[in-house]
Design a protein around this ligand. Structure first.
Ligand code: NAD
Ligand code: AHE
Ligand code: ZN
Length: 382
């Protein structure tokens, strides 16, 4: 039993007070975990585009004030009543796609999906499963949770079913990347699309997610990997990970989809992935997929009110449009396996970490680095 167990903890956190505002550094109170909950010490947090998307006010579920962050490595400080799967001192990765594993859960029992809905409604409402919050500011006012994680705080409270217990030897300031972007990209290839050897692939958007798609496609034995981005500084990493062609749409006459399906390939690519969140790019990704059997996977998160469209003819002629959340990985089962594969040297990820910062109060600088366009993942160590 830790000495802080059962007591409120006062710690530093970066609070999103309002959209489009820098985060404010605050001393907050983190309540003890209730039944079925776990309080963790956050050791490292990586910045994902979705945190910035929500901070920019683009998330229809965005609630303020809140504590953002969902790609982290943590150590269990105390557990609530009835918690059995993790214990004080365990190393865990918080998972915004939880996994209740109950026999009555048709989602957890199905091999077709990872979308356990057990706490999705309260998670989307920025509260814990019992409908209340564990964060309070200096005036005692409640602060919303985010994606069931809220890891831009030195301590946070998670539902037990959102904790993936991992190898305690694993470096938390690296494997935190398996909490979102990198796992999502790899899983979109391996789980959602099940890309076969010798497939042709196009990847739109070469941030950490897009580059993880390329890394995953390379491992799957794809024969051609076309990497697309408006920012040519991303091409070097793409080639290093296995891209065979790099294309900047600004250098192309006409629609990029016609260039990929027509000039670069006769009928399009077997698989395409949107990793930008731009609905026009999602359309281009679909329309460059192969006549008769092409599959296009939406990974990017679009701004509130943005919708996708294409001519039905594109689907009538055999293309499939699908999407993925967390790459289809069942979080508590699969994340420990990804960490193990990394520890065995079979899944390198260091190349995603382009920036590191010391102290939760450096999170705004990490956000600036992502905005500057040269950042894949900024890891903030607490
Ligand atoms: P990022 O900002 O690091 O990378 C996005 C890349 O897309 C950048 O390199 C940018 O230059 C490029 N880009 C932007 N507009 C473009 C365009 N019109 N054409 C070509 N390239 C363009 O973001 P990230 O962290 O890699 O995340 C990528 C997307 O995936 C985001 O929308 C994020 O919210 C989403 N995401 C989804 C999931 C999921 O489970 N579905 C998980 C993680 C991230
Ligand atoms: N709140 C947004 C949904 C955003 C979204 O699609 N989130 C992804 C993960 S992004 C991680 O960086 C996801 O997994 N969605 C599934 C889910 O259940 O939220 C909105 O549009 O309302
Ligand atoms: Zn994310």
């Amino acid at each position: 039993m830790s000495e802080t167990a059962g007591k409120p903890i006062h710690c530093k956190a970066m609070v999103a007070r309002a959209p489009k505002q820098p985060l404010t550094e605050e001393i907050i109170t983190v309540d003890p975990p209730k039944a079925g909950e776990v309080r963790v010490k956050v050791m490292a947090n990586a910045l994902c585009h979705t945190d910035v998307y929500t901070l920019d006010g683009q998330d229809p579920e965005g609630l303020f004030p809140c504590i953002l962050g969902h790609e982290a490595g943590c150590i269990v400080e105390s557990v609530g009543e009835g918690v059995t799967s993790v214990a004080v001192g365990d190393h865990v990765i918080p998972c915004y796609t939880p996994q209740c594993c109950e026999t009555s859960c048709i989602f957890c029992q199905s091999p077709k999906t990872n979308l356990c809905p057990k706490i999705r409604s309260t998670q989307g409402a920025g509260v814990m499963p019992d409908g209340t919050k564990r964060f309070h500011d200096k005036d005692g006012k409640d602060i919303y949770h985010f994606m069931g994680c809220s890891t831009m705080s030195e301590y946070t409270v998670l539902a037990e079913i959102s904790c993936a217990k991992i190898d305690p030897e694993a470096p938390l300031d690296k494997v935190c990347l398996f909490g979102c972007g990198v796992a999502t990209g790899l899983g979109a290839v391996w789980n959602t699309c099940k890309v076969e050897a010798n497939s042709t692939v196009a990847v739109f958007g070469l941030g950490a997610v897009g580059l993880a798609v390329i890394q995953g496609a390379k491992v799957a034995g794809a024969s051609r990997i076309i990497a697309v981005d408006l920012n040519p500084s991303k091409f070097e990493s793409a080639k290093m990970l296995g891209a065979t062609d790099c294309v900047n749409p600004n250098d192309i006459e006409g629609p990029i989809q016609k260039h990929i399906a027509g000039t670069m390939t006769p009928w399009g690519v077997d698989y395409s992935f949107d990793c930008t969140g731009n609905v026009n790019v999602m359309r281009a990704a679909l329309e460059c997929s192969h006549r008769g059997w092409g599959t296009s996977c939406v990974i990017g998160v679009a701004a509130s009110g943005h919708e996708i469209s294409t001519r039905p003819f594109q689907l009538v002629t055999g293309r499939v449009w699908k999407g993925t959340a967390f790459g289809g990985f069942k979080s508590r089962t699969d994340v420990p396996l990804l960490v193990q594969r990394f520890m065995e040297g079979g899944l390198p990820i260091d190349h995603f970490i382009t920036h590191t910062f010391e102290g939760v109060d450096k999170t705004n600088e990490a956000i600036d680095a992502l905005h500057a366009g040269e950042c894949l993942r900024a890891v903030v160590k607490y």
